[in-house]
Design a protein around this ligand. Structure first.
Ligand code: IDP
Length: 144
């Protein structure tokens, strides 16, 4: 018997879509060897964001995050593979794109734009448990 494959919820945020970096970011995830098993373009609602960012809703920067994340569509993906959470988080790089290491998505493609929220192109769940919680929020149609 093999282990159930690990999954991660990935969001390509509005700045990634606006800057035509969707292909480049998905390419990096695919080139690492992970499988994209669900993919869609969606305009996030405040309700979905409040559920997704439950741990941040009371933070001072959260209104800026809502402004950022509702200004245009995002690409939501479920990505699968052994240790995929660790692997995709490593590909993404640190939260602040100015400080993120070169070679990472945020380090190579992102920068500070002087906006209220840190614009960093991509979200990836921070644990397998967070991933399953977030997949249920963004892909309710996948629930069995
Ligand atoms: P992560 O996306 O690297 O996991 P989190 O700490 O979970 O980082 O923060 C969620 C998102 O909220 C970040 O990706 C970023 O867009 C925004 N954010 C986090 N911290 C700050 C901050 O101090 N100022 C402005 N925006 C922030």
């Amino acid at each position: 018997m093999t282990d159930a494959p690990e999954r991660i919820l990935v969001l390509l945020k509005p700045d990634a879509v606006e800057r035509h970096l969707v292909g480049e970011i998905l390419r990096r995830i695919e080139a690492k060897g992970y499988d994209i098993v669900a993919l869609k373009l969606v305009l996030p609602t405040v309700e979905v964001l409040d559920a997704h960012y439950a741990e941040h809703v009371d933070k001072p920067f959260y209104p800026g995050v809502v402004e950022y994340m509702t200004r245009g569509p995002v690409v939501a993906a479920v990505v699968e593979g052994q240790r995929v959470v660790e692997g995709v988080r490593s590909l993404m790089g640190a939260t602040d794109p100015t400080a993120a290491a070169p070679g990472t998505i945020r380090g190579d493609l992102g920068r500070d734009w002087g906006t209220k929220a840190i614009q960093n192109l991509v979200h990836g769940s921070d644990s397998p448990i967070s991933a399953e919680r977030e997949i249920a929020i963004w892909f309710p149609e996948l629930a069995n």
